[in-house]
Ligand binder design. Structure first.
Ligand code: FAD
Length: 466
């Protein structure tokens, strides 16, 4: 007889819940989910801000209206989640100069067209790299090949709008081969839908959880197999089984463990593995990137920006790349709430996570005065999420850095003995996204099921020790 539970799942974000559900449906019902925080959902997290619910983490269902149906879109529809299609194509009429006023639309359109032409070129280069077995290059290298390296504020702003807001990192870091074209859009469609629903985007995680966990009369999950506020700090593993220890002194034994924390957490020492993970595994984990993407919501007493068709997104072209570049007005999603959303990424995100919100607010007010003039009201409220500083996340979504090989990527998701791994960063096609987390949970659980039921464990091919 084996140990009980059979499997401990660490983390109750989308991938951990999806893995646990897959195990449960395959008859492995003796599971225990240990989650560090007081809630399920992980990086899908709503919060109340100035009277409405907004999303601090994932906001869009990305990849909709294509040849295949995104599984998250199916769930969103079944729940009746309120979402709004984002129209990104009118951006040329909404580019603000550093010192105010809009760029001439036809001038901006030329930059947009040139970026589009480069985008198509780079997708072709990417496919031919793969076909000809040539090593990976960065998006920046592809820009150099085409003599299309952005240099003016407007070129840099529109490049940022296209790449950094998708990957969370600049083109010089991002792998061309693994991001152009992005399988998310190639498979599921180009459209993205912004979720604005008082139940939160996290209700898709609840939806999956409720398919296998017990709920009470009020519909809340109450199942002894889900333990919240359990910060896992140690995982002891051997051929005989697993011992997991939590910060509050808890000790849990199992046959297997499935680790679903972000790759950022695995790059820190929050969880000690005993014995330490092998070098090949550490090298693979440490090579992948977890980008930082900060969504700052700001509330005003009244609107001073345009609303209506074609105005949702606007861009600020500052000489400092990525300085409060991406803006979205949320009148459609939150009518009458007078909300703006500005996103920062990478170093700008890390910078503002370390300063006070009032300093960030004053920087934002200065930028808005540059764009709209001095005669605008002061913001009344601001929300600055801090994913990077949070020891349970350390960032937002993973990005494939230039040069990381497929072999190395496979090692990220490879099990080590009885320790299995899942999470958005283990989805080869859809890393970084909610659907990637969901599908990765199913994949990782299936490898574990093969091991438990068919005794096909740790395929040796995945574990080349270099
Ligand atoms: P997580 O959600 O991180 O789940 C891991 C769980 O492990 C967490 O609940 C965590 O609390 C827990 N944990 C961590 N350490 C421990 C420990 N020591 N012990 C126990 N538990 C632990 N995706 C999209 O598709 N569309 C978007 O628009 C989008 N925008 C995003 C914007 C932001 C700001 C962020 C942060 C993410 C965004 N994403 C988006 C990405 C998406 O949210 C993630 O890919 C997905 O939610 C990750 O799920 P996961 O289960 O892999 O990881």
């Amino acid at each position: 007889r084996g140990l009980s539970p059979t499997v401990i799942v660490i983390g109750a974000g989308m991938s951990g819940i999806s893995a646990a559900k897959t195990l449960s449906e395959a008859g492995i019902k003796d599971i225990l989910i240990l989650e560090a925080t007081h809630r399920i959902g992980g990086r899908i997290k709503k919060t109340k801000f100035s009277g409405v619910f907004v999303e601090m983490g994932a906001n869009w269902v990305e990849g909709v209206n294509g040849k295949e149906v995104n599984p998250i879109w199916t769930m969103a529809n079944e729940i009746g989640l309120k979402s709004y299609r984002s129209e990104l194509r009118n951006i040329a009429s909404n580019v603000y100069k550093q010192s105010g006023g809009l760029y001439n639309e036809s001038e901006a359109q030329k930059v947009v067209d040139s970026a589009e032409e480069f985008f198509n070129f780079s997708a072709n280069v990417s496919v031919s790299l793969l076909r000809n077995g040539v090593e990976d290059i960065s998006i920046l290298t592809a820009e150099r090949l085409r003599h299309k390296v952005p240099s003016t504020p407007i070129e840099k702003a529109l490049e940022y709008f296209r790449y950094d807001s998708q990957q969370g990192e600049p083109p010089r870091l991002t792998s061309l081969r693994n991001t152009a074209p992005l399988p998310t859009f190639a498979d599921f469609g180009d459209d993205i839908y912004f979720v604005a629903d008082s139940r939160g985007y996290e209700s898709v995680v609840h939806y999956v959880a409720k398919e296998f966990l017990t709920t009470n009369k009020a519909g809340e999950i109450k199942d002894p197999r889900l333990m919240l506020n359990k910060v896992v700090t140690e995982i002891h593993y051997s051929g005989k089984g697993i011992i997991v220890k939590s910060e509050d002194g808890g000790v849990y034994k199992a046959e297997y463990v499935m680790v679903s924390t972000s790759i950022g957490v695995l790059q820190t020492d929050l969880i000690s593995f005993v014995p330490p993970l092998p070098d090949w595994k550490l090298l693979a984990l440490d090579q992948f990137d977890l980008s930082v993407y900060t969504k700052i919501f700001i509330k005003f007493p009244y609107k001073f920006w345009s609303t209506g068709n074609g105005t949702e997104f606007f861009v600020y072209a500052h000489e400092r790349r990525g300085y409060y570049t991406n803006w979205q007005q949320l009148e459609n999603e939150y009518p009458g709430a007078n909300l703006l959303l500005v996103t920062l990424t990478d170093d700008e995100s890390r910078r503002i996570e370390q300063q006070s919100d009032s300093k960030t607010k004053s920087e934002i007010m200065e930028v808005l005065r540059n764009m709209f003039g001095d005669d605008i009201p002061e913001a009344t409220d601001i929300l600055v999420p801090r994913w990077w500083s949070d020891r349970f996340y350390k960032g937002c979504f993973s990005n494939w850095p230039v040069g990381l090989t497929r072999h190395r990527f496979n090692q990220i998701k490879s099990p080590v003995d009885r320790v299995y791994f899942t999470g958005e960063h283990t989805s080869e096609k859809y890393f970084g996204y909610v659907h990637g987390a969901y599908l990765a949970g199913i994949d990782s659980a299936n490898s574990l099921i093969n091991c438990v039921k068919k005794k096909v464990c740790n395929p040796k091919d995945d574990q080349v020790f270099q």
